[in-house]
Design a protein around this ligand. Structure first.
Ligand SMILES: NC(=O)c1ccc[n+]([C@@H]2O[C@H](COP(=O)([O-])OP(=O)(O)OC[C@H]3O[C@@H](n4cnc5c(N)ncnc54)[C@H](O)[C@@H]3O)[C@@H](O)[C@H]2O)c1
Length: 345
C-alpha cells in the first residue's frame, strides 16, 4: 500500500529533486497531483513527470483523492497552506522552515496534534548515509566526550529581481535561515540540544535585505562548543561544505556530505590508546581512515519515512517538532546578532 501525495509548490525544489527521486526510488509513496501558481511551469512539470492532475489553487488540490501533501512553496506560504491542508484532513511534510515565526510553528504543531495528523519537516540531510553513520559513531562514544563540531554550507546567490528568498517578509532570513538551518539541525542531531548561541550576521557583498554572511558560535547543553558558517557570497567552485566533529578520543572530517546530493567524503580517526601527555606533540597522520558507504537518495527517503509513519509505522526523526526546535534556535541567533551578545535558546 502506498500513501497518495499531492505537491504544493511543485516547480521549485520539488521539480528539481523531490518528484524525480520519489518517482524513481520511493517504495511507499505515490504522487497523485501537483499544484503551483506558475501555470506555465506547472504544465511543463506535469508533462515532464507524467502527472496529469495539476491545479493552480491549494483548495482544488485538496479535493483530490490524496492522503498527504508535501509543501515546497516559498516560506511565507507554509503557515497558511499547512493550516489549509490540516483543515482538509491531510498529513503534511513541509519544507524548512515550517513558518516565518516561532508562534506560527507552535500553532501548526498544536493543530496537527488536535486533528491527529502526521506533520514532518523536510530535513532530508538526516537521510545521508554518512550523517547517519557519524551520529552512530558519536552516540556509541567512538569520539569520546564530544568537544567541538563545525558545519558549513555555502552557495553563490547574487541579486535576482523578485526573488522571495532575498526579502525578510517572504524568506524570513538569508544564508542562516536558508542553509544554516540544515547545519544547526545536523549538529543538534549529533551532539544534542544547543544551549546558547552568538551570531554575526551581515550583508557584505550583495544588495539585498537578508544576510549573505553568517557565522555562529554554539554552546551545547553537553558543554561542547560548535560553529556554523553559511555564505551566499562564496563561489560554488570553492564550496566544500565541511563537517568536522571532535571529541576526547577521536575526530571525524567530512566534505560534500552537507547538501542536496546524497554522497560525500568522510574520514575518521579514533584513538584507543591511553592519552598521556606527549610534550613533543607527535602526530600520526596515517591514522585517519576513509569511510566508504553507498549513498541513497535523500528526498525519496524523507517522503517514504513520512509515508511509513502515516501507514502506522514508526515516527521518523523528521517529525515537525525538530522543525520547531530549529526555528527556536534560529530565532535566538537573529536576536543575538541584533543585540550583539550571546543568547540562550
Ligand atoms: N531541503 C532542501 O534541499 C531545499 C532546497 C531548496 C529549497 N528548499 C525549500 O523549499 C521551499 C521552496 O524553495 P525553492 O528553492 O523550491 O523555491 P523556488 O522559488 O525555486 O520554487 C518555489 C515554487 O513555488 C511556487 N509558488 C510561489 N508561490 C506559491 C504559492 N502561493 N503557492 C504554491 N506555490 C507557489 C513557485 O511558482 C515555484 O514553482 C522553501 O521552503 C525552501 O527553503 C529546500
Amino acid at each position: 500500500m502506498k500513501v497518495r501525495w499531492g505537491i504544493i509548490g511543485a516547480c521549485g525544489i520539488a521539480k528539481r529533486r523531490t518528484i524525480p527521486e520519489v518517482l524513481r526510488f520511493a517504495e511507499k509513496s505515490e504522487i497523485v497531483a501537483l499544484m503551483d501558481v506558475d501555470l506555465q511551469a506547472l504544465k511543463a512539470t506535469a508533462q515532464e513527470f507524467g502527472i496529469p492532475r495539476a491545479h493552480s489553487t491549494v483548495s482544488e488540490l485538496l479535493k483530490e483523492d490524496i492522503d498527504a501533501v508535501y509543501i515546497a512553496s516559498p516560506v511565507a506560504f507554509h503557515y497558511s497552506q499547512t493550516k489549509e491542508a490540516f483543515a482538509a484532513g491531510k498529513h503534511v511534510l513541509c519544507e524548512k522552515p515550517l513558518a516565518l515565526r516561532v508562534e506560527e510553528g507552535e500553532e501548526l504543531l498544536e493543530l496537527a496534534e488536535k486533528h491527529n495528523l502526521k506533520f514532518g519537516v523536510a530535513f532530508m540531510m538526516r537521510y545521508n548515509v554518512y550523517h547517519q553513520k557519524i551520529r552512530e559513531f558519536v552516540t556509541e562514544g567512538k569520539i569520546g566526550q564530544p568537544v567541538f563540531a563545525r558545519a558549513q554550507l555555502t552557495c553563490f546567490y547574487p541579486e535576482i529581481p523578485g526573488a522571495w528568498r532575498q526579502k525578510k517578509a517572504t524568506g524570513g532570513g538569508g544564508a542562516l535561515t536558508d542553509m544554516g538551518c540544515h547545519c544547526i539541525d545536523l549538529l543538534e542531531w549529533f551532539f544534542g540540544e544547543i544551549a546558547e548561541v552568538f551570531g554575526f550576521l551581515d550583508t557584505i557583498t550583495h544588495k539585498y535585505e537578508v544576510e549573505d554572511t553568517s557565522t555562529v558560535l554554539l554552546k551545547f547543553k553537553n558543554q561542547a562548543h560548535g560553529f556554523v558558517d553559511n555564505f551566499f557570497n562564496l563561489p560554488d567552485a570553492t564550496a566544500r561544505n565541511i563537517l568536522e566533529i571532535y571529541g576526547t578520543k577521536g575526530a571525524i572530517f567530512a566534505q560534500h556530505t552537507i547538501g542536496q546530493d546524497p554522497g560525500g567524503e568522510v574520514w575518521y580517526c579514533f584513538s584507543e590508546a591511553p592519552q598521556g601527555y606527549d610534550a613533543l606533540q607527535r602526530r600520526t597522520p596515517t591514522s585517519w581512515q576513509k569511510l566508504e558507504l553507498t549513498p541513497k537518495a535523500l528526498y525519496a527517503q524523507e517522503v517514504d519515512a513520512m509515508s511509513e509513519w502515516i501507514l502506522g509505522g514508526p515516527k521518523p526523526h523528521i517529525a515537525a517538532e525538530i522543525g520547531l526546535r530549529n526555528m527556536r534556535v534560529l530565532s535566538a541567533i537573529y536576536r543575538s546578532a541584533e543585540e550583539r551578545k550571546a543568547v540562550a535558546v
